[in-house]
Ligand binder design. Structure first.
Ligand code: URA
Length: 448
């Protein structure tokens, strides 16, 4: 291992004792780690010191910058327009990207979108896209730009060239109990998003049982940190806090979610899905300078669904990525799972809880998710909810339908689905879907 030109122990000690590192010091650590000049044990010590003592806004920005420049930063300046992306911190049934990207692109705002795969209880956009026969997400950066230029949007997977430091650091955090740190999460997310060559960003920061951040205060602090970093990089960034106490929409699972997003693009999406979709899309249209207010952006978003232009854009983009447009136009042609069974209520009452985490795990067990990165996913697996929180159900009424090609898991999945749903005689309070907006001016209550 080559000799360091700085002393890592001094920097680790400074962070351990609650000190603040400057940009050059953080860069030294990240550069040395990325080039194999700093061993895992020293980076682990730095991560744990950062986890325990936190990083201030300048340190979080310096960390993001070092990770961002560990790989290439796409230059999209030859593509006209304000390029805007959206990032979600992830959840169960979150198919919003599939609906909002074509809406925003059809309204004239370029959307360069690099997405991830599902892991654990959460789904990933790439797995959903790959459930469409032929759809290719592994494309070269040249092809990425070509599709963006031609279609005003592109959907791709992260390449080795984008923020490689984050990839290595994330794996180390995973095994050193340092994932759940707000500045480390923020640096990780923003380094990847800024590398896409965007001009502005909309963030969907989720809280609740199915989200990364279980409680709202942590989600608010994450949103503030993400927005602060975006603004430090000169990219206008607006975040919304949204509820992930129950799955979004009715469909969970890769193809089932693509099918529900087609319904959304055709004007027949579930209310909870469409409320957040139009807000995020409207904000992207506003940031992309195709509307003078977010409200006007929301109107444009609704109009793009109503006049069919968003669905048309979706068909064009599926074709551009070599996907089969036949099943998009006629989703009933898609081969269903071999085993489809209902889960029935064992008593009557109002649904007061639908544990989104447990339901995400049911989806995984049915075959829609992966436990380890190398696992294969079953595109047809997942479930459809028939009811949501607040609905009244009678004994023996169907709560959900489970889809799988692995029948041996069906019985456990039915039991676990039932356990994830709580019934009561009392109707629960209505829960707000969108609670806050966070932007450069601070935190605002969201009034729908
Ligand atoms: N998602 C990321 O990309 N990084 C994190 O650290 C956590 C969630």
């Amino acid at each position: 291992m080559p000799k360091q030109t700085f002393n890592p122990v001094t920097l680790i000690r400074k962070k351990r004792d609650g000190g603040v590192l400057n940009e050059a010091e953080i860069k030294n650590l990240i550069d040395a780690y990325t080039s194999d000049d700093l061993p895992d044990y020293q980076m682990s010590a730095f991560l744990m010191a950062s986890y325990l003592n936190g990083l201030n806004d300048d340190e979080a920005a310096a960390l993001t910058k070092s990770m961002l420049h560990s790989g290439i930063v796409l230059d999209l300046s030859d593509i006209p327009g304000v390029k805007v992306d959206k990032h979600s911190t992830g959840g169960v049934g979150d198919k919003l990207s599939l609906i909002l990207a074509p809406i925003v692109a059809s309204c004239g705002v370029p959307v360069p979108m690099i997405s991830g795969r599902g892991l654990g209880h959460t789904g990933g956009t790439l797995d959903k896209l790959e459930s469409i026969p032929g759809f290719t997400v592994d494309i070269s950066l040249d092809r990425y730009k070509e599709i963006l230029k031609a279609e005003n949007m592109v959907l791709a997977g992260q390449t080795e060239e984008i923020a490689p430091a984050d990839k290595r650091l994330y794996s180390l955090r995973d095994v050193t109990a340092t994932v759940e740190s707000i500045p480390l999460i923020a640096g990780s997310i923003m380094s990847k998003k800024l590398a896409e060559g965007i001009d502005a960003l909309v963030l969907d920061v989720k809280f609740g049982s199915g989200a990364f951040m279980k409680n709202k205060d942590d989600a608010l602090r994450l949103a503030e940190t993400l927005v602060g970093i975006g603004e430090q990089f000169g990219k206008e960034t607006i975040a919304y806090l949204t509820n992930m106490e129950q799955p979004l929409g009715f469909a969970v699972g890769n193809w089932l979610e693509v099918k529900e997003s087609i319904d959304g693009l055709k004007g027949d999406g579930p209310d909870d899905v469409m409320e957040i979709t139009h807000l995020l899309a409207g904000t992207m249209i506003y940031l992309g300078k195709k509307a003078s207010t977010v409200d006007e952006g929301i109107e444009k978003s609704k109009a793009a669904v109503a006049d069919g232009s968003a669905f048309k854009k979706w068909v064009d983009i599926v074709r551009a990525h070599d996907g089969d447009t036949e099943v998009i136009e006629n989703p009933s042609q898609y081969p269903s799972a071999s085993s489809i069974e209902p889960v029935k209520a064992t008593s009557s009452g109002y649904i007061t809880e639908m544990d989104a985490f447990e339901m995400g795990m049911v989806s995984l067990e049915l075959g829609a998710g992966r436990r380890a990165k190398e696992d294969e996913v079953d595109p047809a697996a997942g479930f459809l909810l028939h009811k949501k929180i607040g609905d009244y159900v009678n004994e023996n009424e169907t709560l959900a339908t489970l889809h799988t090609n692995n029948e041996s898991n069906m019985s456990d999945c039915k039991d676990n689905m039932l356990k994830a749903i709580t019934l009561s005689d009392n109707q629960p309070d209505h829960h707000k879907q969108i609670t806050h907006r966070v932007d450069k001016n601070g935190i605002h209550d969201y009034k729908s």
